[in-house]
Ligand binder design. Structure first.
Ligand SMILES: Cc1cc2nc3c(=O)[nH]c(=O)nc-3n(C[C@H](O)[C@H](O)[C@H](O)COP(=O)(O)OP(=O)(O)OC[C@H]3O[C@@H](n4cnc5c(N)ncnc54)[C@H](O)[C@@H]3O)c2cc1C
Ligand SMILES: Cc1cc2nc3c(=O)[nH]c(=O)nc-3n(C[C@H](O)[C@H](O)[C@H](O)COP(=O)(O)O)c2cc1C
Length: 665
């Protein structure tokens, strides 16, 4: 102990003071921690204390969904499990559709509900429960539905007074097609609820929108007949939001934030999907050579003082901004003042969604940050804007294309879906159609976050996070189409900021000297593996890991065009961080070579990983991941003299042991 201290106090005094100080600091820290149950809701309040942007803070804590259904005379409860917004959007549309029967709904994000509150579903009487549930990963629920799915899988609540309908959102490319929709549908029946319509399943690989519309067109009349609701077609055309022009100072207007007003100028952790961190770009460089007709960007974000933590293998969420040229085009086509401030206010005053996006804001900000102006436009949007076309031919064609059957439907599929015509294309080509901008903003879906597999390790790069993104750009006829997020990222300069957050993934690496690791990542599929390789190097440098087999299978078109991170990877191989680096080039010689071919050539190594180690795959879900899986099954069959069926079962066991991991999209 320092002499000057011991001259002032005796030892026991000092210990007492130390304990008091530690306890005081702990109490201060504890009192300043956000309450995990309420922090998100509180973050959604504006500086002046009013509720923003979309939710009704604390509403469920105060009242609960069951009480609200009864007190507000709502007959239908719609719960959505959504990661990238599709299920949420379909739920909103269904809610609006029910107004044609004069019915009120409550649309619920299950994340907003306390766990023990789900039992209140058993108290509901003569209500209709609708679930719109997306499936992810290996038949997993979305983040916001995890607790609800856990509850529904394990509860023994008696739901016999409920009627129900389930629409699952999935993609046939994935093995566990619509697993969550199937589980919900089965469990609700087991719990005694009465099914109004067979489980609907949307396939995002084909035409999910069409699957949904077909299911809905049978479901709505079935529900109406089951409950004895009368049709009132006039009611549905009514607007959901009312426009209010606003005069206020710029600091009171949302300018692209997603949660708290001004959160980008006064950042406050914790940062998450609702409150992303505006990270500064440190590096944004091209990875393809000049010979490439495509572009792939290596981007480094500075995490600064954000306290954002991540692990190699996690995903980075990026909120994009729409291209200025597209926003300008809408402004000039529809002739309104883009700098006008406004609010869109829900006509259902009790709704928990007060505004469709953060309000008040300006028309330009809403078009740039909050609505999707690039995706193929939906049929119901064409129907709603058709009445504003002054040219009769144009009006007729818009109405025709909004039909869910026959000639109009075929035309819609060819002209809009296949040729990917957005609202900007439609308003340009149907130039007499000039709907009010607030209607367009009400109809368009929210602009969604894009995810990227993180391509760095926090153990190797200090306070920064890297991604590797191939730029989406293609031509249909004469129209050049640019991907929203990759175009946004491509044009960002060093020093610019981008709203980001980290999403945990299940892709994890085990580092040891005894097990064989095989990583298969063609193209941008290399992203998480770059993070794992960086991490292994850091561990080797510290002497934690020594030998062991750590192999990468990389594929691209040509070594001189798109062999991304070539120098880095070759150096890792030279230094022994990678024990093997296998490359497959599809456009180098007369014969196309893919990573699958290299797996076959190096079967013994891959088999060693299957027996005692890990096989990890990242990248294209549709073709590559499937082919790799088939390749592994064939290898098992050959090496163990098994039938194809037996090999498939063996592969399933391998997958279940979590030694086969896939991060595919
Ligand atoms: C978990 C996860 C991890 C991911 N990791 C990465 C990663 O590490 N690196 C990476 O680059 N991407 C990654 N992605 C994909 C990424 O999220 C975006 O989907 C991608 O960057 C395109 O976004 P965008 O906004 O630029 O394009 P969008 O505007 O969303 O356009 C993309 C859409 O355009 C359509 N399209 C594309 N090309 C054509 C064509 N030739 N003809 C017709 N239609 C076409 C497709 O429907 C496609 O879905 C990942 C996705 C997920 C879900
Ligand atoms: C990374 C990723 C994993 C997915 N995994 C599955 C899956 O295992 N099974 C399935 O049926 N669909 C799967 N899908 C498809 C989604 O469920 C589908 O695209 C859905 O429309 C998404 O809905 P959301 O936008 O509401 O989140 C996956 C999609 C992505 C991007």
């Amino acid at each position: 102990m320092a002499d000057w201290l011991s001259s002032l106090f005796d030892t026991s005094d000092l210990y007492t003071m130390l304990i008091v100080a530690v306890l005081g600091l702990a109490a201060y820290w504890y009192m300043n921690q956000p309450d995990p149950r309420t922090s998100r809701k509180n973050d959604l309040r504006t500086l002046n204390g009013s509720a923003t942007p979309n939710s009704r803070p604390n509403v469920y804590a105060d009242e609960g969904f069951a009480a609200r259904l009864k007190n507000e005379h709502r007959d239908i409860l719609i719960i959505y499990g959504s990661q990238t917004g599709t299920a949420e959007e379909l739920s909103g549309r269904l809610s609006k559709n029910f107004t044609r029967y004069g019915r009120k709904t409550l649309v619920l994000d299950p994340e907003e509900v306390e766990e023990d509150e789900w039992n209140k579903l058993a108290e509901l009487d003569s209500h209709l429960l609708v679930l719109c549930m997306a499936t992810y990963g290996e038949g997993d629920p979305t983040d916001n539905a995890q607790k609800f799915i856990e509850w529904i899988k394990t509860t023994d609540a008696n739901l016999s007074k409920l009627k129900f309908a389930v629409f699952g959102l999935g993609n046939k490319t994935y093995e566990h097609y619509n697993e969550i929709g199937k589980i919900c549908d089965r469990r609700l029946e087991e719990l005694g609820a009465k099914r109004v319509i067979e489980l609907g399943m949307g396939d995002d690989d084909a035409n999910l929108e069409e699957d949904f519309c077909k299911w809905r067109d049978v479901f709505l009349p079935a529900a109406a007949s089951s409950f004895g609701w009368e049709l009132d077609p006039e009611a549905e055309s009514a607007r959901q939001y009312r426009l209010q022009l606003v005069e206020t100072t710029p600091d009171r207007l949302y300018s692209g934030e997603f949660g708290r007003l001004n959160s980008h100028v006064k950042p406050r952790p914790p940062f998450d999907q609702k409150t992303p961190f505006f990270a500064t770009i440190k590096v944004n460089r091209e990875l393809h050579t000049e010979k490439s007709d495509r572009s792939c960007r290596h981007i480094e974000f500075d995490l600064g003082t954000s306290m954002i933590r991540y692990e190699a293998g996690d995903h980075l969420g990026v909120y994009p901004t729409n291209e200025t040229v597209l926003v300008d085009k809408i402004c000039s086509l529809l002739e309104f003042n883009p700098t006008q401030a406004f609010k869109l206010i829900n006509l259902d005053e009790e709704s928990n969604k007060k505004h469709p996006f953060p309000c008040p804001t300006t028309f330009r900000v809403a078009l740039s940050h909050y609505v999707d102006i690039s995706a193929p436009v939906k049929a119901h949007v064409l129907k709603a804007i058709a009445e504003f076309a002054t040219d009769e031919e144009q009006k007729k064609k818009l109405i025709l294309m909004s039909n869910s059957e026959g000639e109009g439907h075929t035309l819609f599929n060819d002209y809009v879906t296949r040729e990917r015509r957005s609202i900007v294309d439609i308003l340009s080509e149907f130039s007499s159609c000039k709907p009010p901008i607030d209607l367009v903003l009400e109809l368009l879906p929210r602009l969604q976050v894009r995810y990227y597999s993180i391509s760095s390790s926090p153990k190797a790069v200090d306070k920064s996070v890297h991604i590797t993104a191939v730029v989406t750009q293609y031509k249909i006829g004469e129209r050049q189409i640019n991907g929203v997020c990759t175009t946004f990222l491509r044009h960002k300069a060093v020093g610019d900021t981008v709203p980001i957050f980290v999403r945990k993934s299940t892709m994890r690496m085990t580092y040891n000297d005894t097990q064989t690791v095989v990583m298969i990542g063609p193209g941008t599929g290399i992203a998480p593996f770059r993070g794992f390789i960086q991490e292994r190097k850091a561990l080797i440098d510290r002497g934690t890991v020594g030998g062991g087999k750590f192999a990468l299978f990389f594929g691209c078109r040509h070594p001189d065009i798109d062999f991304i991170y070539k120098d880095e990877l070759e150096q890792y191989k030279k230094d022994g961080v990678l024990s093997h680096l296998f490359t497959a080039f599809s456009r180098e010689g007369p014969k196309k070579v893919y990573v699958q071919d290299k797996l076959v050539e190096n079967e013994d190594l891959v088999y060693a990983a299957y027996q005692n180690g890990f096989v990890l795959v990242c990248g294209d879900a549709k073709n590559m991941a499937r082919d790799v899986q088939q390749c592994l099954i064939k290898m098992i069959a050959k090496k163990e003299s098994k039938s194809e069926e037996e090999a498939q079962t063996a592969f399933k066991t391998f997958e279940k042991s979590r030694r086969y991991l896939a991060d595919v999209w």
